[in-house]
Write a protein that binds this ligand. Sequence first.
Ligand code: TRP
Length: 378
Amino acid sequence: MLCASIEPSPPLRGASSTQISVVMLCDTIMSERSNSKIICPREAITAKDIILTGDRPTGPLHLGHYIGSLRARVELQDVCKQYILIADMQALTDNADNPAKVRENVLEVMMDYLSVGISPEKSTIYLQSAIPETAELTMYYLNLVNVGRLSRNPTVKNEIKQRGFGEEVPAGFWTYPVNQAADVSQFKATIVPVGEDQVPILELTNDIVRTFNRLYKTSILRECRALTPSIGLLPGTDGSTKMSKSLGNAIYLSDPSNIVAKKVKSMYTDPKHIRVEDPGHIEGNTVFAYLDVFDPDTAEVARLKEHYQRGGLADGTVKARLIEVLESFLAPIRARRSEYAADPAEVKRLLKVGTERAREVVQRTLDEVRDALGIVRL
Ligand code: TRP
């Protein structure tokens, strides 16, 4: 018998003793939930907070990543302690057949971080697989969550559907939220910047934290809150709601000028704006959506919008402006990137130093966890 996380648990009719203990664990989880407070407003973050966030290294990062998370990391590294993980073990949960893809993207993602201005001194950037204690913690946590709860996780359910796994879902993929709970709680992180889609994973994290603290009569683990992006998703160049690698509609931070120009020229605008004289629509017009986000001259953008709606402004003219705006945004990022790209050993060293710093913190937490659990020490 598996009980739901939101529905009331079924009666215990005919339950065996093991079933009863599963239900009891689940009941406690339900009563311990407090979802309403899981989202943290940006203004509430103080120097006392600890941030943990990261990315799966499955491809280069794009403008959507920048707007959705990288920009906030650059800002928050001056506010409080910040850990950033390159989640290569999590990336393997659905790429076991292609580990080279994960390996090749580790330093790429590190270079993306460094080139947008995430400082390896202010932030602690680390490689997930180089901290084996996280895998150990994951094993302890797997005992604190039941199978029914995992199968109902909306984030994973969606991802299983997107990837067409069906019954063939790798067990590692299915349980990755538990591994993510370990990523977060091993630093006693209080704030986790993530997209809306990841919030159920943080609810699970807090459930595990509460269950651990209650079962082992301790208070060593801390609950976290989500910091979700303040603006909506940056659309893809094709006008679809999300920029993503798999949709092939992304502009990468590492794209050279000619590729950026080509992508902007092919951008989705207003399909009804056929002749220059025709009045055009700015709602759902990707070029204007990007100008709103990237063009610092808001008065000029307002003027262009007005002209476009009135008629007489060509898509090509607006696109030419966007190309210029994106160039001035990307040029310094590209310049820093090429410096790092010329010295991969240094990039690796920076990741190693961050990983060592992170591992010390994780080892201290694991010592506390083993003590709380009463693991036999030899
Ligand atoms: N699941 C995140 C993603 O797909 C990556 C990630 C792994 C993460 N561990 C994390 C994010 C811990 C925040 C906190 O991008």
